[in-house]
Each structure stands twice: as structure tokens, then as C-alpha cells.
Design a protein around this ligand. Structure first.
Ligand code: G6P
Length: 613
């Protein structure tokens, strides 16, 4: 939520800041701003709306002089998107200028206190409190670093802050608590950013700051301080992935590109961990004894990652015979989960920084459970704090609506299922081997679904159905879990109201909403349950629904008149079927969104990385 960037070097700062922000727009895009330090003053430009508006206002940054600056792209939390509420924020006496990602939880009491001290406020944001607090402490201490140390004690909540001080024309200060922040080492120039793509064009050498860290840097040097305020060494890491991974590469949208990247992402995630019939989860510290003693598994996540957990419940219960409960991270902390040393908590998060998920991870650890995180972003907070981490090698995912992260997360759950099932003796012999074999072939199966013909076929359905306003997704078993994700996709990018129901549940209420031509998308890819789902399709058809069935070639012949339209998916091992069944749902939502004129990659009101509770 919100992206920040900072540059200090020899080049004109503003174009570099704008370029960096363009890679962070996935974090928020309701307003944007930059501040450069030039001729001993802060030059601030900010505006409501997309970054393109700011770029236009500043002629791609060329109108702003100066070689040092900070920038921000916003997802509003405190105060509506507006010019005034946009960052950067300058303090009352014009001494401090800040950009901020996070939430200052005690901002109201601090605001009252700062007003008593003569500070004034123009915006409704919590961030302006940070600017004024730093200014007050700076005035009292006469030293910015000391002021920042004090502010760190006072500020409650989360922040990645980029800070300019009017008396320091050659240095930028940055500090981090909870919200992500990286520092990039350049040659005669240095950077800060919320995420690597913002600075990857200029440097691959980065430090992922730890919680409580601070860095003060000039164009040639950087000094790091830890949470205790001690000077410390932070070893840089090299980013190995290519910049092209975070660019559209000829596709009209990141979402479409990322849909197409799924077979590769799956290969990268699966193949290094599958050798000679064995699943090798490198670096896992979970001992065999521990795994044998597990009595319950929680899968905790938000959004699509939670829906991966809903599929995972079926997979892990079947293979490991251990009760599995998927729980929304935002609920987990407040439902007094029964945790102990016989509980494994699997945390799933693409970004590794979702506030609720991170909080759930901490809660689990404090209550004595083991935590295993499935994360895509190396160096993220969740990856650092979990007992064990398995990375999804999906590469950077830019579209707000996830596709390849979802698919790789699911593929990691398959690996865990095989690994644990074998170890526990609950999934061995032919059952294990068939699933293992099918899993190695899953990327190819997915590739078959991404040909031009397949996409065109789904686009035609989308064209015909894009004006539907209420949609029901129904399915059974893993199909019902996949429906949850299909329905979310349609809501988030196409703004179509839709609901997902277990097919057998419809007649217990929601069927009353079925009218003439209501669209029902029926997933019937589980052969064993096909006839049951078919009956449910007939029930809605009899009440006037327009049915789009998603099924396999083997069962399509039995549909007869129960469906108006059909999308075929290749058949694979029943437990892996959800990986293929979700693909047409992603593509369908993509085309419906496109036909409805929606901004596919940046849907309204959303942000990819949700660092607030
Ligand atoms: C947002 C994104 C979703 C994602 C969810 C959880 O809502 O739009 O795509 O599933 O956050 O994010 P995480 O980074 O924890 O997977």
C-alpha cells in the first residue's frame, strides 16, 4: 500500500523518481507526488490521480531541477485521494519533507500534542504527523538523526519513511518499521524504494532493511543503524532476476502476461524440488518427528492466497489425513485459535508483507505453533519471520489481481502434500507416484490451455456475457474452492457482482436469486462428482439460468442441455485439477473486464500489497 522511492546522485532526480514510481504503482495509484531539493528549497509537485498526471504536470520530471529527491504513489488510508492529502508532506516550518508508506496508529493523540506545540496541519493524513514530529524533535535536538531516533520511540504503527531536511542538502534519511524498504547501492548515486523493480534499472545491489533500521545516505556513502540506534553493517544482496520480468514485454496488460507466465512459474517452482521421485524441500527445518506429531494444520492468508488455502484443505486432508482449516488472516488473531506445538500454521502470501497475514504469523509463533510460509518475495517480512519458508518462484507479479502467484502457491501445497503424505505413510505407492508424475507434467498441461485458439474461444464467451450483472459460480469439492477464486477475479477486475457457492448449497437459499438469464458458471471438472454437479446445473437451468459449464472433454458429452456454453479443460490427476480449472476463469475475467472498459491491471479501490489491517 503506497510506494516510496528516493534518489540522491548526479543525475536530475525527478525523472528517475517518476520512473521508479511507475514500477510501484501496483502499490497504490490514487495520487502521486515528488519533492526535489534544489536551490536550497523543497520543490514539491503532487496531484490526485494516476502517476501519468504527475508526469504530465512536470513534463516527465524535466521541469524540476535538483539531484536529490523523494517520491510517493498513494493508496489512501487517512483522508480521501486529493492534492492536499498526497505525499510528500512538508512540516510547519518547512524544515522536513517526508514520504510514507504505512499507518501511524497514534496519529490523533500526536496531532493534538503537536498542535499544542504550535505545529499546523493542512491535510487529513497521518503522515503529516510524522513530518511535524520530526520537525519538532529536530528543533529540540538540533540533530536530525537524534530527532529520528526519538521519533521512532514515539511513533506507533508501521512506516517506511523517506525524509529530507532543509539543512541537509546532501543526504537523505530513511527508516523502516513493518512496511518494506530497500536501499540500493549505485555508483556515485544511491536509492531507496519500497520494492526492487523501482531501482533495478540502476542497481542490483540492495539491502532489505530490517525492522527498526535506519539509513542515512549521501550519493557516495550509506550508514545503517539498527533498532537499538547502533551503527551496523548491512550486507548487500544481488538481485538476480531481469528487469524484463517486471515489464509488459509486448502484452497489452501485465495480467495477460502473467497468465501466460504460469507454466514457466510452475516449472521454476516445482522442478528444482522434484528429483528421482522425491520431493526435496531444501532448507526445511521441520523435523520428521515434528511432522509426525502434527494434529492440525491451519492455512492462514488473505484474498486469493486464502482461496489457495481453501483448495489446499482438500489436498492436504486427502493426502496427509490431518484436519486442515483455512482461516482468513484478518480473522485469525481475533478467533482465539487453538494452537500449540502440535499445530502447523501454513502462511501464504505473495508479497510477504500483508499486514494481517504478518500479524497472524506472529500470533501463531507466540502461541507456540510452528510456522511455514509460502512466499514469493525474497527478503520480505514474512519470509524473514517464519520458522520455515518455501519460495514460489513466480517472479515479480505486477497486476493487482493475482494469477501466477496463485498458481505457484497451489503448486507448493502439492509439494507439501506429497512430501508429508509420503513421510506419514498416508500417501504412498501408486497414489503417490501418480500424483508425482502428473505434477511434473502440470506445466505442459497448462501450456495447452494458453494457445491463441483457447484464449479466443474464452474471449468469445466473455464478449457475449460481459453485460451480465449478477453471476453465480458453483462447483463441488476442489471445484467449489476454485469457484471462490473465479468469483473474486470477476469482482475485482471487471466489477461484476458475483458469488461462489458449493453447488449443493444453492438450493438452501441462493437459488431464489436465479432468474431468466442469470449467468451461472458451473465448474464440473471432478469426474467422481460430475453427475451431482450436473443435477445442480439442471436445477438452475430449469429456473431460467444461462449456464456456462467448465468441464473436461471426457465428461462434456454428458452435459446435454444442462449448459448453454462449454469451456473444456484438459484432464489431470483429480487433486491437481484445480490448477487447470482456474485458468479459464482468469482468462474469462480478464476479457470481461476488457470488454467493460475496466483498467485491468489497476482496478479501482484496490492495491496489490495490503500493508494495513
Ligand atoms: C490483495 C491482492 C490479492 C492477494 C491479497 C493477499 O488483495 O490484490 O491478489 O491475494 O492481497 O496478498 P499477499 O501478498 O499476502 O498474497
Amino acid at each position: 500500500m503506497c510506494g516510496i522511492v528516493g534518489y540522491l546522485g548526479k543525475q536530475q532526480a525527478a525523472p528517475i523518481l517518476l520512473d521508479g514510481l511507475s514500477k510501484l504503482e501496483y502499490r497504490g495509484y490514487d495520487s502521486a507526488g515528488i519533492c526535489v531539493f534544489a536551490e536550497n528549497r523543497f520543490c514539491v509537485e503532487k496531484t490526485k490521480g494516476r502517476l501519468s498526471a504527475l508526469s504530465e504536470l512536470t513534463e516527465v520530471g524535466t521541469t524540476l531541477p535538483g539531484t536529490m529527491g523523494i517520491g510517493h504513489t498513494r493508496w489512501a488510508t487517512h483522508g480521501a485521494p486529493s492534492q492536499i492529502n498526497s505525499h510528500p508532506h512538508v512540516s510547519t516550518n518547512g524544515k522536513i519533507c517526508v514520504v510514507h508508506n504505512g499507518i501511524i496508529e497514534n496519529y490523533q493523540s500526536l496531532k493534538s500534542y503537536l498542535m499544542e506545540q504550535g505545529k499546523t496541519f493542512v491535510s487529513e493524513t497521518d503522515t503529516e504527523v510524522a513530518a511535524n514530529l520530526l520537525e519538532l524533535y529536530y528543533e529540540e535536538e538540533g540533530d536530525l538523526l537524534q530527532a529520528a531516533f526519538r521519533a521512532r520511540e514515539t511513533l506507533v504503527g508501521s512506516y517506511a519513511l523517506g525524509i529530507l531536511c532543509i539543512d541537509q542538502p546532501d543526504s537523505i534519511l530513511a527508516m523502516k518499521k513493518e512496511s518494506p524498504l530497500i536501499f540500493g547501492f549505485g555508483e556515485g548515486e544511491n536509492f531507496i524504494a519500497s520494492d526492487a523493480p523501482a531501482i533495478l534499472k540502476y542497481t542490483r545491489k540492495v539491502v532489505y532493511l530490517n525492522n527498526g533500521d535506519m539509513v542515512r545516505f549521501t550519493k557516495d556513502s550509506a550508514v545503517f543503524y539498527n533498532a537499538l540506534g547502533e551503527e551496523c553493517v548491512r550486507e548487500p544482496e544481488l538481485i538476480t532476476w531481469e528487469m524484463t520480468a517486471a515489464e509488459k514485454g509486448g502484452y497489452p496488460h501485465f495480467m495477460l502476461k502473467e497468465i501466460h507466465e504460469q507454466p514457466k512459474a510452475l516449472r521454476d517452482t516445482l522442478h528444482p524440488r522434484m528429483k528421482d521421485g522425491q520431493v526435496c524441500l531444501e532448507g526445511l527445518t521441520l523435523t520428521e518427528d515434528y511432522l509426525r506429531n502434527i494434529r492440525r494444520i491451519y492455512i492462514v492468508a488473505c484474498g486469493s492466497a486464502y482461496y489457495v488455502g481453501c483448495v489446499g484443505k482438500y489436498i492436504l486432508e486427502k493426502t496427509c489425513r490431518i484436519p486442515v482449516e483455512p482461516v482468513l488472516a484478518s480473522e485469525f488473531r481475533y478467533c482465539e485459535p487453538v494452537l500449540g506445538d502440535d499445530t502447523l500454521v501454513i502462511i501464504i502470501s505473495q508479497s510477504g508483507e500483508t499486514a494481517d497475514t504478518l500479524a497472524a504469523l506472529r500470533e501463531s509463533r507466540s502461541l507456540g505453533a510452528r510456522t511455514l510460509a509460502i512466499v514469493n518475495v525474497v527478503g520480505s517480512a514474512i519470509s524473514k519471520e517464519a520458522d520455515d519458508v518455501i519460495y514460489t518462484w513466480a517472479g515479480p507479479e505486477i497486476a493487482v489481481a493475482t494469477t501466477k502467484a496463485y498458481s505457484t502457491q497451489l503448486s507448493v501445497l502439492y509439494l507439501i502434500a506429497l512430501y508429508m503424505g509420503k513421510l506419514l505413510g498416508t500417501w504412498v505407492g501408486e497414489a503417490y507416484e501418480q500424483m508425482y508424475r502428473a505434477l511434473t507434467q502440470l506445466p505442459e498441461a497448462m501450456e495447452q490451455m494458453l494457445t491463441c485458439d483457447c484464449l479466443k474461444h474464452i474471449e468469445d464467451h466473455a464478449e457475449a456475457l460481459c453485460r451480465k450483472h449478477d453471476v453465480f459460480f458453483i462447483g463441488r469439492n476442489t471445484d467449489s474452492a476454485t469457484c471462490l477464486e473465479g468469483s473474486l477475479k470477476l469482482k475485482e477486475i471487471a466489477y461484476v457482482h458475483s458469488e461462489a457457492y458449493a453447488a449443493g448449497e444453492l438450493k438452501h437459499g441462493p437459488i431464489s436469486l436465479i432468474e431468466q438469464d442469470t449467468l451461472v458458471i458451473a465448474l464440473a471438472t471432478m469426474e467422481a462428482l460430475f453427475e451431482k454437479t450436473l443435477s445442480n446445473m439442471e436445477e438452475v437451468k430449469a429456473r431460467g439460468a444461462h449456464v456456462l459449464a467448465v468441464t473436461t472433454e471426457e465428461t462434456a458429452g454428458k452435459l446435454k442441455k444442462a449448459a448453454d456454453r462449454v469451456i473444456l479443460v484438459p484432464r489431470t490427476h483429480p487433486l491437481l485439477q484445480p490448477s487447470l480449472s482456474v485458468i479459464p476463469l482468469q482468462i474469462f475475467s480478464y476479457y470481461v473486464a476488457l470488454k467493460r472498459g475496466c483498467d485491468v491491471d489497476k482496478p479501482r479501490n484496490l492495491a496489490k500489497s495490503v500493508t494495513v489491517e
